[in-house]
Design a protein around this ligand. Structure first.
Ligand SMILES: Nc1nc2c(c(=O)[nH]1)N[C@@H](CNc1ccc(C(=O)N[C@@H](CCC(=O)N[C@@H](CCC(=O)N[C@@H](CCC(=O)O)C(=O)O)C(=O)O)C(=O)O)cc1)CN2
Ligand code: MET
Ligand SMILES: [Zn+2]
Length: 766
């Protein structure tokens, strides 16, 4: 029985990729040095998979920034504004400069838009296409990585983003005519894929994997004629490698399987973890015939050990439905940390239930051996089974369950309209001026702040000294905000390593890792905590920092919490109960924190639901249920407040149109959302939906180091005012500032405040 994985983390066990790219951007290393790191990282991955015993090793899963960006560059789908970048330089330096400019922007050239990769916390860059785009095979990355592996004695399967997924994830460029869709480039693009397949075949590649996760979405399922046309065309390429069309993140439905069966592709890959009903889809089309089925039975995006008997029984039931069954992960292992062996500090009762990327590769191999030869097969241990490992009593907390039961659905708060009226009549919550200026919460995480935390962790400075330094940072951030003239201040979140991990570290039922890094975007990584048991809050989490900040200023300071949906979305979450249930436990803990903040005199409390949109199920039919529990959890967390406290929320990458109803239902007084990169599109959605609350459409893009001009921000505000009543419009950047430096943040915020003043003056004059 043969085995594979669909992709592997590319950042390196010690985040070597982050260090190398950031050093390259800062001018610390040159292109050959960066390329040497890339080559070493690829080699390490291939060797790890080979040594684990994986039969079919993937290649081209490496990327300096993002695999969708790589695909755009490979096919020369580069918007014209990047043509002038790196003028005067040539060769590899120029190539890399252009590549990173597309990801991060350069001088006056804004980058591509960035958004979430399906329902994960990984971000890809959105290709911009137009009728003027002339796709051509412009690069050699898949080929050269294949050749690198071959030179090391390893035969690999190059992995490509498939044509349908690439086009459906792309957006029409600003100059595309209205109604034009990137899918119109399909035939041109197929010619490029065909040329690439030809090259890869000539180089000796036996297989190529084309990833089509878009088939798990409604958009993908609506494009089955194009799917069939695409793979019929690629199937006809003479001398090509065998083709694996790989799907993941959800079921693709029997029609998509049937469409692929009508083409010459040799293998189809299905995610049997997220979508166990794929089995039914296969049966509905009488299986794959002689084709190979790549069966994703090892969860590629959560950290729980595979229940071996359960996976074996799935695999066994697949045997009659395909010519061959290949044991695999459900998706790329990009989404999990690299090696559990590095985590020596975890509770053994938890640790024995976990598997990271390396351990998952071992599980795939074990399943392959068991399926081929039974328990007696060489190297085939019995494998882990959930049935033999009941949940430890220490993971359960009956008090949390009892409290939630007692609360029932009774936890409702006074609604926004009433709160807004109460505030109007209350001196305690003096209204902010028209177009209030604020930020999303974090200020730059400076080297000093991170170094202090690292020193504290390593025992170099004690807790008192650490806290003294954090307070000094808060002093600085408060003074700066007053000087800039912001209206609603924040403490800046210097004490937080991450907005999810920080809370997870203080909540019972959650564990954190030391080295469990996962790529979020480009060089930025997170260590998703592990939510393994019933959640509760032993002690207040943010009250001291927030009240300290408030003590330093007469202006209101906004308390800052991470909401239940986001706490789940950016963690690895127990899979033994519905997420709705887990979210309620987190919400209950937050509810206590909200109450403590309010009692301590904090008048503005922001509960970030940054991940509300990305967690939206991929299929329309699953969305209503999700939104019901997501909104319910937010309301539970915020329903303890009195009438004069302002509830704020924040969302990233919101594609507002899709969830404006849910945002309304959160009943926050003010919601700040990403809008800068999507050019205030949301404002129109808002007007259309009749949204009645405060809204802060981000007026500039914090993901890029560019400093926006006053005029630019002013224009955004005026655009927003066409759709939003002036007493509901808030002025803020589109996300937290932690990834930026003060050199950019300070002028940007000054420009933002100045733009708000100018627009305010005009409003007053009207
Ligand atoms: N979980 C999560 N998901 C999210 C976001 C988010 O904020 N959190 N934001 C959106 C965008 N994604 C982002 C993801 C990561 C970062 C980010 O800044 N990550 C940092 C790491 C943050 C962190 O955990 N910092 C720790 C550890 C820092 C560190 O690397 N320490 C060094 C040593 C410290 C030193 O000497 O400098 C080490 O451990 O090796 C801390 O501050 O304590 C990075 O990659 O650089 C930003 C945005 C969407 N998804
Ligand atoms: C990714 S959303 C970020 C929200 C958080 N309050 C911050 O400002 O960093
Ligand atoms: Zn955000």
């Amino acid at each position: 029985m043969t085995t594979t994985v669909l992709g592997y983390p590319r950042i390196g066990a010690d985040r070597e990729l982050k260090r190398a790219t950031e050093s390259f951007w800062a001018g610390g290393i040159d292109a050959p040095a960066l390329d040497a790191v890339g080559a070493r990282l690829r080699r390490t991955v291939w060797e790890a998979l080979r040594d684990a015993g994986i039969a079919h090793i993937p290649s081209n899963t490496f990327s300096y920034y993002d695999h969708v960006l790589d695909t755009a560059v490979l096919f020369d789908a580069v918007p014209p504004r990047f043509a002038g970048v790196a003028a005067g330089r040539d060769g590899r330096e120029a190539e890399l400069a252009r590549y990173f400019a597309m990801a991060r922007g350069a001088d006056d050239v804004p980058p591509l838009e960035m958004t979430k990769w399906f329902d994960t916390n990984y971000h890809y860059l959105v290709p911009e296409l137009s009728p003027a785009t002339r796709p051509r095979l412009a690069g050699r990355k898949p080929l050269s990585e294949y050749c690198q592996a071959r030179g090391l004695g390893m035969e690999t399967r190059p992995v490509l983003v498939g044509p349908l997924t690439f086009l459906l994830l792309a957006k029409p460029a600003a100059d595309a005519p209205p109604g034009w869709r990137p899918l119109e480039l399909l035939d041109d693009l197929l010619a490029c894929y065909a040329a690439l397949l030809d090259e890869l075949g000539a180089a000796g590649a036996g297989w190529v994997q084309l990833d089509e996760p878009i088939l798990a979405t409604d958009a993908g399922r609506a494009a089955l004629p194009e799917l069939e046309r695409a793979y019929a065309r690629l199937g006809r390429v003479a001398g090509r490698p065998r083709l694996l069309v790989q799907t993941y993140f959800g079921s693709i439905g029997p029609d998509a399987v049937a469409a692929l069966k009508r083409t010459a592709v040799e293998a189809i890959g299905l995610d049997l973890v997220t979508a166990p009903d794929s089995l039914r889809d296969l049966a509905a089309v009488s299986g794959l015939g002689e084709r190979t089925l790549v069966a994703g039975v090892v969860d590629g995006r959560n950290v729980w050990r595979t229940d071996v008997p359960a996976a074996l029984s799935t695999l066994t039931s697949l045997l009659g439905l395909a010519g061959e069954v290949v044991v695999s992960t459900s998706c790329s292992l990009l989404h999990v940390p690299i090696d559990l062996d590095a985590e020596t500090g975890l509770d053994p009762a938890l640790r024995e239930r976990l598997a990271f990327a390396r351990q998952k590769a071992d599980e795939v191999v074990l399943l392959g051996r068991r399926l081929a030869g039974g328990e007696q097969a060489p190297g085939a241990g019995a494998g882990w089974t959930r049935a033999a490992a009941p949940v430890p009593a220490s993971f359960v907390d009956q008090r949390v369950r009892a409290r939630l039961d007692a609360l029932g659905d009774a936890a409702e708060r006074v609604d926004h309209e009433q709160r807004s009226a109460a505030r109007a009549g209350s001196a305690a919550s003096a209204a902010p001026p028209l177009l209030p200026t604020t930020t999303i919460g974090s200020f730059p995480q400076t080297d000093e702040v991170r170094a202090a935390r690292a020193a504290h962790r390593a025992g170099g400075i004690d807790r008192t000294e650490y806290e003294r330094r954090m307070r000094a940072e808060i002093d600085r951030v408060i003074a700066l905000q007053e000087d800039i003239g912001l209206d609603v201040l924040v403490h800046g979140e210097p004490e937080r390593n991450d907005m999810v991990q920080y809370f997870a570290e203080q909540l019972a039922g959650y564990a954190s890792t030391r080295h469990g890094w996962v790529q979020s975007y480009g060089s930025r990584c997170v260590r998703p905590p592990i939510l393994f048991g019933d959640v509760s809050r032993p002690e207040p989490m943010t009250v001291e920092w927030t009240t300290y900040a408030q003590s330093r200023t007469a202006r209101p300071v906004k308390g800052m919490l991470t909401g239940p949906v986001t706490m789940l979305a950016w963690s690895f979450v127990r899979d033994d109960q519905p997420p709705a249930e887990t979210a309620r436990q987190v919400a209950l803990a937050l509810r206590d924190e909200v109450a403590d903040l309010e009692r301590a005199g904090i008048r503005h409390i922001q509960v970030d639901e940054a991940a509300l949109r990305e967690s939206l199920p991929l299929r329309e039919e699953d969305r209503a249920d999700y939104l019901t529990w997501a909104v319910g959890a937010f309301r539970l967390a915020t329903s303890g407040v009195g009438t004069t406290t302002w509830i704020h929320s924040h969302m990233c990458y919101s594609e507002f149109g899709r969830i404006v109803g849910a945002i309304d239902a959160l009943d926050a007084d003010v919601t700040s959302v990403e809008a800068a990169r999507s050019h205030m599109e949301l404002v129109e959605d808002l007007a259309a939906a009749g949204y009645r609350r405060g809204i802060g459409p981000g007026v500039y893009d914090i993901h890029s180091p560019r400093v926006p001009s006053v005029a630019e921000i002013e224009a955004s505000l005026r655009a927003a005012l066409r759709a939003v009543r002036s007493d509901r419009l808030w002025v803020n950047p589109d996300c937290g500032l932690k990834t930026r430096g003060y050199a950019e943040v300070e002028p940007a915020l000054r420009n933002m405040v100045e733009a708000a003043r100018r627009v305010r003056a005009d409003l007053a004059a009207d």
